[in-house]
Ligand binder design. Sequence first.
Ligand SMILES: Cc1cc2nc3c(=O)[nH]c(=O)nc-3n(C[C@H](O)[C@H](O)[C@H](O)COP(=O)(O)OP(=O)(O)OC[C@H]3O[C@@H](n4cnc5c(N)ncnc54)[C@H](O)[C@@H]3O)c2cc1C
Length: 410
Amino acid sequence: MTGEQTGLFDLIIIGGGLAGASLACALRGQGLKIAVVEAYEINTQEQPCYDERTVALSYGSRVIFDSMGVWDRLSDCAEPIDTIHISDRGHFGVTRLTKEQEGVEALGYVLENLCIGQQLYKLMREQDDISLFCPAQLLELKQAAQQVSVDISIDGKTQKLSGRLLVAADGNRSQVLQMLAIGSSRQDYGQSALICNVTPAKKHHNVAYERFTDSGPLAFLPMKDNRCSVVWTLEPEQAEYLYALEDEDFRALLQQRFGYRLGMIQKTGKRAVYPLFMQAATQMSHRRVAIIGNAAHSVHPVAGQGFNLALRDVALLAELVVEAGRSGQDIGADILLQQYVNTREQDIQRVYRFTDVLVKTFSNAIEPLAHLRSCALQLVDMVPELKHQLGRQSMGLAGRLPRLGRGLPL
Ligand SMILES: Cc1cc2nc3c(=O)[nH]c(=O)nc-3n(C[C@H](O)[C@H](O)[C@H](O)COP(=O)(O)OP(=O)(O)OC[C@H]3O[C@@H](n4cnc5c(N)ncnc54)[C@H](O)[C@@H]3O)c2cc1C
């Protein structure tokens, strides 16, 4: 544990993953006392969020981190995406999005989860208004008219923390949601993502490749040191089979699927497999509780939208909390929580639809459909307005944006 404050806080965040830690950092220096309760130490094998995965951060998310005053810390671990190249293996359709066409510095950035985590934790630990309880276990949660409180276990002792608002940022197996008996709907795609980092022989030139193959989408995202982050969507049995292969055999199969655009794949790193599903909590708020990130919504990584969506939850919630705090209002009031839920609805539904259509259309080997999607890719490439809309969605710039997303401070 760092920080001496225990007891009364304004805000208690359960889960210091990408979403929870980002919220704490967004709210630093705003006159609020913030507690962050995280189950696992960063830099340990158990930590489920800050592992060897990477995140493709949209341009819109970069703007949010910039407005939060955090981008300077993250930019050293960020590799820009200048071009997105979408193709369909064995078919003619290709679409290219470029930063020049969209008039932005980069379409997005690829960062290692661990690097983001290390920077956010460093920043949290530097703040007097943030107390980090880690590793700590949540034992009990109580909601009352004027406050919400939790009992946590840390260093073998039980401590009580109280606040006006509690934020559930504890991922898609949220203990907070279980304690509040909030259910969720879940759609299993019957797919897994096999991820690993590779080094190709040729320069990646900051191109992100999204290649749709008959076994599922395969992404090569540009990383620092000319590495690429590979996200390969497969049937679970295939993913397990590939996971268990010797490096050399795995490399040969990956090469065959991706082709030779980047030359020979020279090195492959550690592999990991994640089951893929879409999950939506039936509620995004409850008495004095707001739900953000994966605890509220998990999406298939095909379009790299999950954390970007979570960061827009963070940006809006931070804005509402700061506004309420400044005008002396209750930051855990029902009216604030309702505004949070209502305002987020449209964006979340749009990302669900966008991701779901991509998964279903591009994971299908039926030939007439494969031909149709190839035509669709070609059409998008030829019609600037369609391409621009795809670009806005991928860059996280579609729809109404919170202040931080518009480049404004809180
Ligand atoms: C293969 C793959 C690739 C992806 N690629 C992208 C991408 O390119 N772009 C993108 O935007 N998104 C991507 N995502 C999605 C992204 O990883 C998630 O959206 C993001 O991790 C959500 O963060 P979170 O903080 O909400 O949840 P989590 O990452 O699940 O973090 C939850 C945190 O809460 C902690 N916790 C859990 N329970 C408790 C408890 N009871 N008490 C205290 N702490 C607790 C956990 O230890 C963890 O630190 C990808 C996901 C996968 C699976």
